[in-house]
Ligand binder design. Structure first.
Ligand SMILES: Nc1nc2c([nH]c(=O)n2[C@H]2C[C@H](O)[C@@H](COP(=O)(O)OP(=O)(O)OP(=O)(O)O)O2)c(=O)[nH]1
Ligand SMILES: [Mg+2]
Length: 129
C-alpha cells in the first residue's frame, strides 16, 4: 500500500475566516472541500512542502506557520500522514490558482462532513476554538 506524506495549510485571516478549495474532477475524494496542500516530496521537509504546495495552489508565500495537528489515516488504497499547519502570516491574496472553486468560511461554520474523513478532529477543534 502506498504511504503519502501530505502538508496542508489552514490559512486563517484576522476575522477568523479560513480559505478552502474544492477537490476537482477525477482526483482522489473529488467534490469534497479541503485545505490547500499536497504531497511532500522526498527531498523536502514538511514546511518546505507546505510552502511549495501553497504557492502552486493558491499563489501565497507562507511567512509564518505552526503545526496544529498530525495524524495517519488509512484509505482503501493508500495510507496518508497529514500535517495540518495553521498559516498565520502570508503575502499576496490566496486564490484558486489551478482554477479550483474556493471560498472563505468562518472557522465556526466549517462542516466536517464536507471534508475528507481525516480532517474531522482538526475541524472540530477549529469549530470550538
Ligand atoms: N490537500 C489536502 N489533501 C487532503 C486533505 N484531507 C485529506 O484527507 N487529504 C488527502 C487527499 C489526498 O489523498 C491527499 C492529498 O493529495 P493531493 O492529491 O492533493 O496531492 P497533490 O496536491 O500533491 O496533487 P497532485 O499533484 O498529485 O495532483 O491527502 C486536505 O484537507 N487537504
Ligand atoms: Mg493538492
Amino acid at each position: 500500500m502506498k504511504h503519502l506524506h501530505i502538508a496542508v495549510g489552514i490559512i486563517r485571516n484576522d476575522e477568523g475566516e479560513i480559505f478552502i478549495t474544492q477537490r476537482g474532477g477525477d482526483s482522489h475524494l473529488s467534490g469534497l472541500w479541503e485545505f490547500p496542500g499536497g504531497k511532500i516530496e522526498v527531498n523536502e521537509s514538511p514546511v518546505q512542502g507546505l510552502q511549495r504546495e501553497l504557492l502552486e495552489e493558491t499563489g501565497i508565500e507562507v511567512l509564518d506557520s505552526e503545526l496544529l495537528y498530525q495524524l495517519d489515516h488509512r484509505f482503501s488504497d493508500r495510507i496518508v500522514t497529514l500535517y495540518f499547519y495553521l498559516v498565520k502570516r502570508w503575502n499576496k491574496m490566496p486564490y484558486g490558482r489551478e482554477g479550483q472553486p474556493m471560498r472563505w468560511v468562518h472557522q465556526h461554520q466549517l462542516k466536517a462532513e464536507e471534508f475528507p474523513e481525516p480532517n474531522k478532529p482538526v475541524i472540530e477543534q477549529l469549530n470550538k476554538a
